[in-house]
Design a protein around this ligand. Sequence first.
Ligand code: URA
Length: 362
Amino acid sequence: MSRIFINYRRQDSEGYVGRLYDHLTLHFERNDVFMDVDDIKPGADFVKTLEDAVSGCDVFIAVIGPQWIHSANDDGTRRLDDWNNFVRIEIASAIRMNKVVIPVLVGRARMPAHKDLPEDIAALARRNAFELSHQRFGADMMNLVEAIRAVPSSFAKPPIDATALREKEAALKQVRLDLVGATDSPLYQFRTENRLFPVLGEGSANANIMFIGEAPGKAEAQQGRPFIGPSGEILAEMLKSISLKREDVYITNLLLDRPSEDRDPTLEEIAFYTPFVDRIIDIIQPSVIATLGRFAMEYLLKRLGVTEKKGKISELHGKLMKATLPYGEIHVVPLYHPAAVLYSPTQKEMLKTDFQKLKLFI
Ligand code: URA
């Protein structure tokens, strides 16, 4: 699933861009096509905001019209030469992040020469351009759509062979055995006295997307499977909204045994179970972990040293954050816990919107 960012200069190509956007949204989902970074909050670092917006795309379209290269401010200085020009910042970010950058020429514009571009966007001149002509707009668009479709999502995981998959499955089995036999667990006695099962997790051993919830509930511990009660129904609905099934992802929890009542996890429990969770992450090596609820979010952001770690879930939900693990780059998206949205249609809509972020990883 490719996500598309349209970069353009309003005075230069607005008419074409409207048509381009309408056509693209016939072939891609509306949520996957971005054209204006709005909502830059007062006091926010706008360069960082623009970089963040560009970092979420797979394909960056730089629309170049006839005035693009010469467009000037009131004092006659060329807009492209301003360090704080949005068009320039976005293109420079896309080039630096190695995005697929496609210059799209409209209104009979020509491709700018290397020497006419500021240093940080000079590499644009080497990108193969696409021409969108007025007369052949439909046919040109079809070619552009095909070119975009050929670009893989930058965060998709390459498939692994059957042997490597079996190794991962065996490693997960070992974690489960270790958990079953961990008699020093703070919840071991409660588990055995109540004939409950530990809940390691469920899904693909090579999933690209992993969910970490809070702790198994009663139904989950009776069956040894995560998220099978009412929260699980919400999770399944959310997964369906981005065309995924449970078996496409991996679902686990911060605590791998049911706490004695439906209460918050204690520090002792978190400290005991999270080394098991870390082992699961190391085996599966997902590109993104979606935390469900405050506890999993707090643990993971702290563990990964993410700078926003002190934020509240109401501020951080739906935000894509980057970190590094020994196996490579990883992203975290904090999400509300499905149980929290059970009785709130507004929060449920928010959760659905936040789930869209995960499409980058499909
Ligand atoms: N809530 C969770 O956090 N995890 C489950 O598995 C079920 C409900």
